[in-house]
Ligand binder design. Structure first.
Ligand code: DP6
Length: 339
């Protein structure tokens, strides 16, 4: 018995795992929460994983460590570390361990692009840390846990096209795949534009949603919108789908713009690219935009139109860089450890 316990202890103090998670972009957005602490969203959301934006994280629990060490993109940042350590605490509690951890995380996004990394970041942290701690959780349970770190992180765990069911309780708010990545031949081009670093974090922004006089109207219509988008994805009706995605993004920004205080995430270049996308449509090219809490645009098109669209979207005055994404599978565990 004692030998078995020792063996187990030895295993437990050398536990290391690495996960690679895609970022995701929402077609129907998560904006506003009904429970801050549990990160229960005001509404369900629908997204797709992005093949070109990825976070890889290695976590090791060991008795060698006297405190948690967190390194993100080669840097130690106190503010970011606090949120990571809170998440490690949740996982330690579940695994009934007290060992401190070393966390090393890297994004493949271009440096200082201002692209959000909390979705892929907390998804990778959840899966690497639970695996390193020896926990065996189902995909559903992993999404529930990742949600506590950052809401949108739950959508980076399942494959391809994903639905996050809002739910009313901790256990009923989870994400699941609705279609695999290969289901639909679409591309998502991230158009990076010039812009200052995000001033209001999404976590602070969510709190303001209810101050918009239009938030109630949004919630009244949202379930209908979710059913419609699922139908359009199922039927692969690209133009109607694109139009709905674009309208939805503008609706979220209308909530942001009319909150108190008001949130303006766009830069002049953002609006210039929005107009450019509409011009392309007038020229007969079906391409649609969606924008999160930042100045960059996510342009969605069918693969058959990709060459014509990228040729016309030349980088230059407004677009600094384009990152090509295809729908991607969800998170994976890998043996390519970062340390
Ligand atoms: C605009 O998931 O970053 O990207 O749960 O507070 O960490 P927290 O918020 P977060 O919010 C994402 C908001 C969004 C829309 C979306 O991805 O659905």
């Amino acid at each position: 018995m004692l030998i078995i316990m020792r063996k187990e202890l030895k295993l437990r103090i050398n536990m290391k795992a690495t996960a690679a998670a895609p970022s995701n972009i929402a077609f129907i957005k998560y904006w506003g929460k009904k429970d801050e602490k549990l990160r229960l969203p005001a509404n369900s959301s629908i997204s797709v994983n992005l093949s070109g934006l990825k976070t890889t994280t290695t976590v090791k629990f060991s008795k060698e460590y006297k405190q948690d060490k967190v390194q993100i993109n080669g840097q130690v940042n106190k503010k970011e570390s606090i949120r990571v350590v809170e998440h490690l605490d949740r996982i330690r509690k579940l695994a009934k361990i007290e060992l401190k951890a070393k966390v090393v995380s890297v994004n493949n996004f271009p440096k200082s692009s201002g692209l959000a990394s909390s979705a892929s970041g907390f998804a990778a942290l959840t899966v690497a840390a639970t695996s390193a701690a020896g926990l065996k959780l189902s995909e559903k349970q992993l999404t529930i846990l990742a949600r506590l770190g950052s809401g949108s992180a739950c959508r980076s765990i399942p494959d391809g096209f994903v639905e996050w069911i809002a739910g009313k309780t901790h256990q009923s708010s989870f994400a699941r795949s609705i279609y695999p990545a290969k289901y639909w031949d679409i591309s998502i081009l991230v158009a990076l534009v010039e812009g200052e670093k995000k001033k209001v974090s999404t976590t602070s922004g969510h709190k303001l949603a209810r101050t918009s006089p239009f938030f109630g109207t949004r919630l009244k219509n949202i379930n209908r919108k979710i059913s419609l988008i699922k139908h359009l994805i199922k039927e692969k009706k690209f133009r109607e789908f694109g139009q709905l995605v674009e309208n939805e993004s503008l609706e979220m920004h209308a909530i942001m713009l009319t909150s108190t205080p008001s949130l303006i995430y766009w830069q002049p270049a953002t609006v210039a690219v929005m107009r450019h996308v509409r011009d392309l449509r007038h020229q007969g090219l079906p391409v649609y935009f969606t924008i999160d809490a930042g100045p960059h645009l996510f342009l969605i098109c069918q693969n058959s139109d990709l060459t014509s669209i990228t040729e016309r979207l030349k980088t230059g005055r407004f677009i600094k860089k384009i990152i090509l994404n295809r729908p991607a599978r969800g998170i994976i565990l890998t043996s390519n450890h970062l340390f």
